[in-house]
Design a protein around this ligand. Structure first.
Ligand SMILES: *Cc1c(COP(=O)(O)O)cnc(C)c1O
Length: 432
């Protein structure tokens, strides 16, 4: 399979090149040339299949031409060491719990897949691959943990100073080994801009092998489609598969983009909702047809504090820029901080289900939008214990911290403070 750039000014790339480059030379995002619909027989069998078998069939459709079946199976099975159960919240609304991985957020799926794919492509190569990743909270920990101890790979995590929760921070600053945390004096968009500048820096690239593990990387965002198939299968099994509405709390729009790919492959979803916090540029786009990026602002759902979602370009490409087609399938919602808190509180009191601030945006948007005869599935993208103070403030109840999360908090924080100007970052990379 060849991959083309959304900007249309780069040659097509192999999967290997697309994964190693991350961003195309013209700064566009790579897209697979074809999205093959899954066969009818697959959909007939899907409700009875387990997660790994579903994922393997979907993975083969994307990557089967480029990776031998056995290696791909190993990569998929190694990635999915945990389940993504659909858990009942109300009679018609289920939570697709994506936080059962090692860092308790959905990004574990993409990060673990990408780490395995990269080390597969780098086998027998003695050059070190440097992975640069900008994080608004959860990407850093998922990528750092996905790559921890992987030979021939070094990871640099750039995160905005003071804008990630203490628990998130310790998940990537305490690891050591091949992981370096860079504390940037700026916001998430500044971190992302630094990473993008490094990729455009030909001189730097000639000195070191650079790759990106942000959701711009095809190896990170495409595997996320696996759990949408599994999620729909679970809803079908419960008799709730018809008129299904899927809601994705969105920041950089990689997660929802993978769901849109699944839909293009034939996954039966009636419509989708992109839930935003106050960073609502996509919501405004749906309303006006005009895309106006702006600086991100800080909210309680900090992993969605994105002012210029990088995967917007993929959505436009997928729908050939047809605004009407986009908004007839995807609707938007904006959930402010007060509503996040009241939603966490009310959902806990009324349904006994504890949401995290991101899942709260999803649940809220879905509850407000669901019509008679529809059922809904929203992504619970992180474990509530990762946002302890917010969640405890909302409910007034103590939250139990899972063991694998508590383990991170015992380590010693180590990070390198850097400004947001590119020069300093460049110098640091050159010297490291
Ligand atoms: C990253 C993240 C999001 C946003 O996902 P995108 O793919 O960037 O849209 C939502 N919730 C949590 C918990 C996250 O970590």
């Amino acid at each position: 399979m060849r991959y083309y750039s959304t900007n249309g000014n780069s040659p097509t790339a192999s999967l290997k090149d697309a994964v190693i480059r991350g961003l195309a030379p013209d700064r566009g995002l790579y897209m697979p040339e074809r999205i093959k619909p899954m066969p009818k027989a697959f959909f007939e069998d899907m409700p009875g299949m387990d997660f790994k078998d579903i994922a393997q069939a979907v993975a083969a459709s994307f990557f089967g031409e480029d990776i031998e079946a056995e290696a791909l199976e190993r990569i998929v099975r190694g990635t999915l060491s945990f389940d993504t159960p659909a858990v009942k919240v109300t009679d018609s609304i289920y939570s697709l719990e994506l936080f059962h991985g090692p860092t308790l957020a959905f990004k574990d799926v993409g990060a673990r897949f990408m780490a395995r794919l990269l080390s597969y492509f780098n086998e027998g190569n003695d050059k070190v691959v440097n992975v640069l990743v900008a994080t608004s909270g959860d990407t850093g920990s998922a990528v750092a943990n996905g790559f921890l101890g992987v030979e021939g790979v070094r990871v640099f995590v750039l995160y905005p100073k003071g804008r990630v929760s203490p628990i998130q921070e310790c998940q990537f600053t305490t690891l050591g080994q091949n992981i370096t945390a860079l504390e940037i004096d700026g916001n998430f968009d500044d971190c992302q801009a630094l990473v993008k500048s490094a990729f455009m820096d030909e001189e730097l690239r000639s000195r070191m092998y650079l790759t990106s593990a942000n959701s711009i990387n095809v190896a990170r965002f495409l595997p996320q489609s696996f759990y949408y198939f599994h999620g729909v299968a679970q809803m079908q099994k419960k008799g709730l598969g018809d008129n299904l509405v899927v809601c994705v709390p969105s920041g950089n729009f990689g997660n929802i983009c993978s769901a849109l790919f699944a839909v293009k492959m034939g996954l039966p979803v009636k419509r989708m909702i992109a839930a935003n916090n106050l960073n609502d540029v996509f919501f405004q786009y749906l309303k006006t047809g005009v895309y106006t990026p702006r600086p991100s602002i800080q909210t309680l759902a900090n992993a969605m504090d994105v002012g210029d979602p990088s995967n917007f370009a993929r959505i436009i490409d997928l729908y050939k820029g047809d605004w009407d087609a986009i908004r007839s399938f995807i609707s938007g919602a904006v959930v402010d901080d007060d509503t996040i808190l009241s939603t966490i509180r009310d959902c806990f009191n009324e349904n006994g289900y504890l949401l995290d601030p991101h899942g709260a945006c999803g649940f809220r948007a879905l509850s407000d939008s669901l019509k008679e005869g529809e059922s809904g599935l929203f992504c619970e993208t992180a474990h509530p214990a990762k946002f302890l103070s917010t969640v405890e403030k909302a409910t007034g109840a103590k939250v139990e911290i899972p063991e694998r999360l508590a383990a991170f908090m015992k380590g010693e924080k180590k990070s390198v403070p850097l400004g947001k100007a590119y020069e300093g970052f460049r110098e640091f990379l050159m010297e490291s």
